[in-house]
Design a protein around this ligand. Structure first.
Ligand code: NI
Length: 258
């Protein structure tokens, strides 16, 4: 199993990384992609990838921190992205729910990082909240030139998923699909299994039975199990299919062997 999106550099994991990594391995997780949210977190993601074999990194500036993306930071990201274990640019996108950076600044940061991903031939990890239509519009401008990407913690309907899949993207689902009356679960049940990958977004959004607690990569198991129920297939099947899609997206096989 792969946890395709987590934040082990966040303070919740301070001093407990070895324990969290062991727990992940014990749960059957063999690969973790740690996602940068700002320049410091992107650097730390790369350091984690150097420290732990199973960790790969994405580097980028989250829409919340879009203000931080100036020319200097863009150069830093480009340099970090040259590291062999950097497998994506992300997370990038638009967040009009919390609006922590002005919208025009978010749009600009999103476009500049999409351009970077095109230039570096890296896939993108996209965050979108209360901004789906506009995210799709911007991404469409680059979709021909991008090598791929994932809409993480996909907030849309099955129809929305169909549109991003038509553009060549995959979607990712997390602990939210284990919640009661989850819209994300209803959506995930209708999307072809081979267009879905799984994630924790740890430390956030822990699945049932850990809802409300600190999430960790080991818990991606519960999302895998729920996705299997939703699709009426075995857990092993979900594991095989999502691993394959995720490896292909982040080009783990080409770059690192199996
Ligand atoms: Ni995230």
């Amino acid at each position: 199993m792969i946890d395709s999106h987590c934040h082990l550099d966040f303070k919740q994991f301070k001093g407990r990384l070895d324990e969290v990594i062991s727990a992940a391995k014990a749960a059957g997780v063999h690969t973790i992609v740690n996602i940068g949210v700002d320049p410091a977190s992107s650097l730390r993601s790369v350091e984690l990838a150097e420290e732990y074999d199973m960790i790969y990194a994405a580097v980028g500036v989250h829409p919340h921190d879009a203000r931080k993306l100036d020319d200097t930071v863009l150069i830093e990201l480009r340099e970090l992205a040259a590291h062999e274990k950097v497998v994506a640019i992300g997370e990038i996108g638009l967040d009009f729910y919390r609006d922590l950076s002005p919208r025009q600044v978010q749009r600009e940061a999103f476009r500049r990082q999409l351009e970077l991903a095109v230039e570096l031939r890296l896939p993108v990890v996209i965050h979108t909240r209360e901004a789906f239509a506009e995210t799709l519009e911007i991404v469409t401008d680059y979709s021909h030139d991008l090598v791929g990407g994932v809409f993480h913690c996909f907030p849309g309907t099955a129809g929305d998923a169909e549109r991003v899949i038509a553009l060549g993207f995959v979607i990712s689902v997390g602990g939210v699909i284990t919640y009661d009356k989850s819209r994300m679960a209803r959506m995930a049940a209708q999307v072809p299994l081979d267009r879905i990958i799984i994630e924790t977004d740890a430390p956030y959004l822990a699945p049932v039975p850990f809802r409300g607690k600190t999430n960790q990569p080991a818990y991606v198991r519960y999302t895998c199990r729920r996705l299997a129920e939703l699709h009426g297939v075995s857990e092993t099947e979900v594991e095989t299919v999502t691993d394959r899609t995720c490896r292909k997206l982040f080009r783990l096989v080409e770059t690192f062997g199996d």
